[in-house]
Design a protein around this ligand. Sequence first.
Ligand SMILES: C[S@@+](CC[C@H](N)C(=O)[O-])C[C@H]1O[C@@H](n2cnc3c(N)ncnc32)[C@H](O)[C@@H]1O
Length: 291
Amino acid sequence: MALSRTAEYVAMFRAVESSRSPEDRLFDDPYAASFLSGKLAFGARVAGLRGGQKLICHYIDRNWPGSCLAVVIRTRLIDDAVTEAIEGGAEQLAILGAGYDTRAMRLPAARAVPVFELDQPPTQERKKERLLKRDGTLPQNVKYVPFDLLEEGVGAPLKLGGFVSGLKSVYLWEGVLSYLSPEAVDQTLAWVASSGAPGSRIVLTYVDISLFEKNEEGIAEPPWSAQVAKVGEPFRYGLDPLGMNEFLAARGFKLGWDLSTAEALGQNPGISGAEGAPDFYRVAMAEIQDR
Ligand SMILES: C[S@@+](CC[C@H](N)C(=O)[O-])C[C@H]1O[C@@H](n2cnc3c(N)ncnc32)[C@H](O)[C@@H]1O
């Protein structure tokens, strides 16, 4: 089990966005830079210099087109969705594959509820070390739950960590589905649907399954796949946006909304001024139905 490099890239994109001026940026993640090392830490420092943010985004886009913007837009959409769910009565937040997510500290709504952060031990330990180095303490409202989703599933580790089944809850599954198997996705959704009170919400991101279609040469080459594969975390799983209602209904959920990061630009007044967000990267929110 290795340290997640993709989690560090995501933190870098958040650090770069946070270096923009308060009027322009979509969010401020003051913790993101603390999780970076090597060239990613250097890139985030350059982004903080005059003109540096554009330079770094340009460099990232050359290698990994639209990735930074997709992460920035999804972060903002999810910040709003998690806040809305908690303000709507969710009593706990479970973050599956939390990486360097800092919503438990950043979002006023999330600071007021217990937050369960699940991840593989190497990434989780590193996150705790970096936070301790930065602040000398860990957030009181967070319970860190080490787990491997493919080996153990979510239910038992979360229960051990103190998550209370039957409460109205919000579950976040951001940037993780692409690395899982269909069985693991189904098992996780089945557990989520049975563990939260009806009306509980899940917010998830996924890539459009059409990315995995083969080209004329018979090769499936989704954008970014070479990059994520290079850091040892290849894309393995996608979903069909046209089938999301059905897919979720069959698993006990009602789809609330489902937007590509490109569509989010047009539909969310909080997200403006950015161009070139990918169509294939999507964020969806669904509610657990009455059983
Ligand atoms: C791209 S990162 C996203 C992190 C975070 N959700 C975010 O958006 O900032 C993917 C995360 O999924 C976690 N992950 C991937 N496979 C996993 C597995 N089998 N079990 C537990 N966590 C896993 C990684 O450790 C990593 O933190």
